[in-house]
Design a protein around this ligand. Structure first.
Ligand SMILES: NC(=O)c1ccc[n+]([C@@H]2O[C@H](COP(=O)([O-])OP(=O)(O)OC[C@H]3O[C@@H](n4cnc5c(N)ncnc54)[C@H](O)[C@@H]3O)[C@@H](O)[C@H]2O)c1
Length: 456
């Protein structure tokens, strides 16, 4: 095996770009390509098309050192690689299933350009049996090529492996460099060995590597990824139902979460009550998981309930705002947070956007701040219907003269705000905290009318 493994990344999005730069940091020769040529232009100039802490510096460094290159010509990117990581999108179809058309396009592109042996690694999140179908599809396109070009099948050897990605937006680089585990689904030793060689340098010793490197068959690896996201989503909806109960029964959900989370079998993470989960992964993945289960005759109604509970959070939150403020029409409401979680400018399926939409329909005047607002406006813009909202460059300016403040994303900047200054600047000091970032008692002592989620 070469000293420097040559890796191509297909799809330089939120997963593909951090993965590419992570491999470049390990020391591999990485080529990144995408079918969005404007995105490739930006990346080749050292500009990251989305906000992710630490990634901009890495991009400049590895472009400069030459171990990360951007290639517009996908056939060249494929020809040059030993291993191709597929990081394209797997969005949702209207029936909840995963739209795998980007993978089918990739299958054709790979088959048309393959030369010599390639390991094709599916990093995108996909329903079980996608890797098997990807393999069949690549083979079908290769067979067509063999017939047309009169080559032999020895010229086109490949394997398909699954290596689901568990990185989180906002901590993508550290998640990639220090993973909890690396799951690989393979169907032969050759694929396992190449993936081992690729990932081994991330760890201080082979013993540590072996503890974290989990090898399964391809179908199992695909289920591990969907199951992980489904479990996390279930924890969130579970605590949110407890929040409703606490609110009705005059108990405190933050203490309930602490109390149950101290049990090592449960653990404290993903037990923060709030307006629910969003983003590009959890909502679509639980729907795709439940859909694929139904194709195998398994009724995963639990996940449909998790989804329903999550969607209901938005209505419950806005109903609470409506009930307490009485009339929303014409009121100035400050909004803190648009991204689906902190440390990202990703607003895909953001619960904050859903709340903003509802508040706008109720004819309130929104004054919006998000720490990534300039990235959101520059890189993708606001979603249709929200173009006219007033945006501000600081949280205090958004809250000045507001009749109420709603907090929709738990950015650290909000936790560190000067609360006295905030109170003095608001017209009426009412806070609806959709992420429970403050202590109710402290807020009331300062003089706020403070409403969290399931808090006393
Ligand atoms: N975003 C996350 O936090 C996260 C975490 C783990 C797994 N995933 C999964 O990883 C996959 C990618 O997610 P993402 O958030 O990076 O999506 P993304 O939309 O940010 O990036 C996907 C990229 O693929 C490109 N692309 C589409 N078709 C292509 C083609 N034929 N050839 C080359 N490039 C192509 C797109 O232009 C885009 O840049 C999805 O399956 C997602 O579920 C995402």
């Amino acid at each position: 095996m070469d000293n420097k493994i040559r890796i191509t990344i297909l799809g330089l999005g939120h997963v593909g770009l951090p993965t590419a730069l992570g491999f470049a940091q390990i020391g591999w020769e990485v080529i990144g390509t995408d079918n969005d040529l404007d995105k490739l232009d930006l990346i080749s100039e050292g500009v990251v098309p989305f906000y992710e802490p630490g990634i901009s510096e890495m991009l400049k460094k590895y472009l400069g050192q030459g171990n990360f290159k951007v290639e517009k010509n996908q056939s060249q990117a494929i020809k040059d690689a030993q291993c191709i990581f597929v990081c394209v999108g797997t969005p949702q179809n209207s029936d909840g299933s995963a739209d795998l058309s980007q993978l089918e396009t990739v299958a054709k592109t790979i088959a048309e350009n393959i030369s010599g042996y390639k390991l094709i690694v599916e990093k995108s999140t996909t329903p079980v049996t996608t890797a098997a179908n990807l393999r069949l599809s690549i083979q079908r396109h290769i067979d067509t090529r063999i017939k047309k070009q009169g080559k032999t099948s020895d010229d086109f050897e490949f394997d398909v492996a699954v290596n689901p990605e568990f990185l989180k937006e906002g901590t993508a680089i550290s998640d990639f460099m220090c993973p909890d585990r690396i799951v690989v689904g393979v169907d032969n030793e050759k694929s396992r060995q190449l993936l081992k060689a690729i990932y081994l340098p991330l760890f201080e010793s082979e013993d540590v590597f072996e503890e974290k490197f989990m090898v399964t068959d391809v179908n199992t690896a695909e289920i591990i990824k969907h199951a992980s996201n489904a479990f996390l989503a279930t924890k969130i909806s579970f605590i949110n139902m407890l929040a409703d109960l606490c609110e009705a029964a005059d108990a405190n959900v933050a203490d309930v979460a602490k109390g149950i989370g101290m049990d090592k079998r449960i653990g404290p993470s993903f037990l923060n009550a709030g307006i629910g989960f969003g983003g590009y992964c959890l909502p679509k993945d639980i729907r795709a998981f439940s859909w694929i289960a139904s194709q195998y005759g398994v009724d995963f109604s639990l996940l449909r309930e998790v989804d329903k509970i999550n969607l209901d959070r938005i209505h419950k939150f806005v109903d609470k705002v409506k009930k307490i403020l009485w009339v929303l029409k014409g009121k100035n409401i400050a909004v803190w947070g648009l991204s689906f979680k902190p440390n990202t400018d990703d607003i895909r399926e953001s619960p904050a956007i859903a709340v903003v939409n509802k508040l706008l329909k109720l004819e309130s005047n929104l004054k919006v701040y998000d720490p990534s607002i300039s990235d959101i406006l520059e890189k993708g813009g606001l979603p249709t219907g929200l173009e006219s909202i007033e945006t501000y460059s600081t949280p205090i300016s958004a809250a000045t003269n507001a009749d109420a403040l709603v907090i929709l994303t738990e950015w650290n900047e909000f936790k560190e705000i000067d609360l006295i200054e905030l109170k003095e600047n608001m017209a009426v000091p009412i806070i609806f905290d959709g992420r429970n970032i403050y202590e109710s008692k402290e807020m009331r002592e300062i003089g706020f009318e403070y409403y969290g989620i399931g808090l006393r």
